[in-house]
Design a protein around this ligand. Structure first.
Ligand code: VGL
Ligand code: ZN
Length: 197
């Protein structure tokens, strides 16, 4: 069983959003077209409570895109984004969400960010997706979505490490690219055994 894993195609990551990724909206139509080719379609949704600890607004004197040290390791500080129930947290209006078997939300723990669809940023708290995939007999994943260098990157690496056969459709992802994060992400994914298509 081969699943399409669509990462965070949400308004806040598209042009006009709070953490806009350049051309983030350009991937929506081709992702919709790709859905029919898979045994399962799974969407992730970045889903933060207001005042989430990854927001620069919660750290006096800090600006978005600065780094801080959290108990679980280094963390980029972000503008407020994808607040639970907000328009920014909603999927892009053209994304064919009806096709999804599962929507998995992440980043709801106020104290820990969660880039990956499988583990929070402490790298040990599971989201539950690993169990879902295994119990459905899904062994291969193709990843698309936003942002290449953060949520797509961490999801791909975690999935490869967990033993899934992982392909990244780089043409159907777009990145943020802070301080060389895009190049670093591509290298990390290749090193983890992710196939880049
Ligand atoms: C993401 C930064 C913060 C992403 C989510 O979807 O890549 N990036 N939250
Ligand atoms: Zn987020």
């Amino acid at each position: 069983m081969h699943a399409l894993l669509v990462i965070d195609v949400q308004n806040d990551f598209c042009p006009g959003g709070a953490l806009a990724v350049a051309e983030g909206d350009r991937i929506v139509a081709p992702i919709n077209a790709l859905m029919a080719e898979f045994d399962a379609v799974i969407l992730t949704q970045d889903w933060h409570p207001a005042g989430h600890s990854s927001f620069a607004s919660q750290h006096p004197g800090k600006a978005p895109m600065e780094m801080i040290e959290m108990p679980y390791g280094p963390q980029v500080l972000w503008p407020d984004h994808c607040i639970q129930g907000s328009e920014g947290a909603a999927f892009h209006p053209d994304l064919d969400t009806d096709r999804a078997d599962l929507v998995i939300r992440k980043g709801f723990n106020p104290a820990i960010d969660s880039y990956s669809a499988l583990y929070e940023n402490d790298h040990e708290t599971p989201t539950g997706l690993d169990g879902y995939l295994r119990s459905r007999g899904i062994t291969a994943l193709t990843l698309v979505g936003l942002a290449t260098d953060f949520c797509v990157h961490f999801s791909a690496v975690d999935a490869a490490r967990a033993g899934f056969d992982v392909t990244l459709r780089a043409d159907l992802c777009r990145g943020i690219d802070v301080d060389g994060s895009l190049d670093a992400a591509m290298t990390a994914m290749r090193t983890a055994g992710v196939r880049i298509a």
